[in-house]
Design a protein around this ligand. Structure first.
Ligand SMILES: [Zn+2]
Length: 273
């Protein structure tokens, strides 16, 4: 039952993110305007604004003029709802498919601390989600979204500090960012954007060494797999030269490595050390 509640709250936040994503850099106010249809401009009633459900019973069309509503709305609402549940699941140590109990956090944490942890990690990944979703739409790493995530990354980095490894975290994060910077520099922006290096730095700082190296590999693996699929199924539209934004792959990799932290830790131990 609690999962339904967490999912619904996440989906409502996702609904707000849709507005933020669509009005970012358009000069429109994010907060002080009701939702409107992009085609006919009619204001939406509350029942046309329910996350996911409204899209389903309106069959993806505006109630007034019948023009199509973007799939972005239900997809973002669903993903943020799912994110809220996944982080909750992870932080409260309910377990996951691969790991019986989390060790990323102190297992003896009290309820209040876990709630704070849940909110902090949900906020951090929400900011990362906004970076990735905006990059997906526009191929731009938005600096506002990036710095919000960066602030969370810095907090997570500092909270981890007593456990040691501050030098390793910094050196590895700068190295990974430098790697992305060089990819950008030598490809003339065709393989990577300049913003990808900044995003790589903050994700690396957020995860710390050696998890950030795991995220690096996973992101390239994901990017490669999706790139090959696109070549096979949409060979007309996506040539080898087409720019696929890399932010969503980095963000997904960061989440996967964080979520399955113990699994990746064991994997790194088995192969490297
Ligand atoms: Zn309309």
């Amino acid at each position: 039952m609690i999962f339904v509640l967490v999912f619904v709250l996440g989906a409502i936040i996702g609904s707000f993110f849709n507005v933020v994503l669509l009005r970012k850099n358009t000069g429109e106010s994010i907060i002080f305007m009701g939702s409107r249809c992009f085609s006919c401009g009619k204001k939406l009633a509350w029942w046309q604004n329910i996350p996911i459900l409204s899209f389903i019973f309106l069959r993806g069309r505006c109630f007034y003029c019948g023009s199509r509503i973007s799939w972005q709305y239900p997809i973002v609402e669903f993903l943020v709802g799912l994110l809220a549940v996944a982080v909750y699941w992870r932080v409260w140590g309910i377990g996951s498919i691969l790991i019986p109990a989390p060790t990323l956090f102190d297992v003896s944490m009290k309820g209040a601390e876990k709630t704070i942890n849940h909110l902090l990690f949900f906020s951090a990944f929400s900011a990362l989600f906004l970076v990735a979703a905006y990059d997906f739409r526009t191929k731009i790493i938005d600096s506002h979204f990036l710095y919000i995530f960066g602030a969370f990354a810095a907090v997570e980095f500092l909270l981890r500090y007593p456990a040691g490894g501050i030098a390793g975290d910094l050196v590895s994060s700068f190295s990974i960012a430098l790697f992305f910077y060089l990819l950008w520099r030598f490809s003339g922006g065709r393989w990577m954007g300049r913003g990808d290096a900044n995003l790589a730095f903050f994700i690396s700082l957020f995860l710390g060494w050696p998890m950030n190296s795991a995220a690096l590999f996973v992101s390239f693996w994901l990017g490669g797999a999706v790139g090959i699929l696109l070549l096979i199924f949409k060979s007309g539209k996506f040539g080898l030269k087409s720019e696929i934004p890399f932010g969503p792959f980095m963000a997904s990799a960061a989440f996967v490595v964080w979520y399955f932290g113990d699994f990746f830790r064991e994997l790194i131990k088995a192969f490297v050390l």
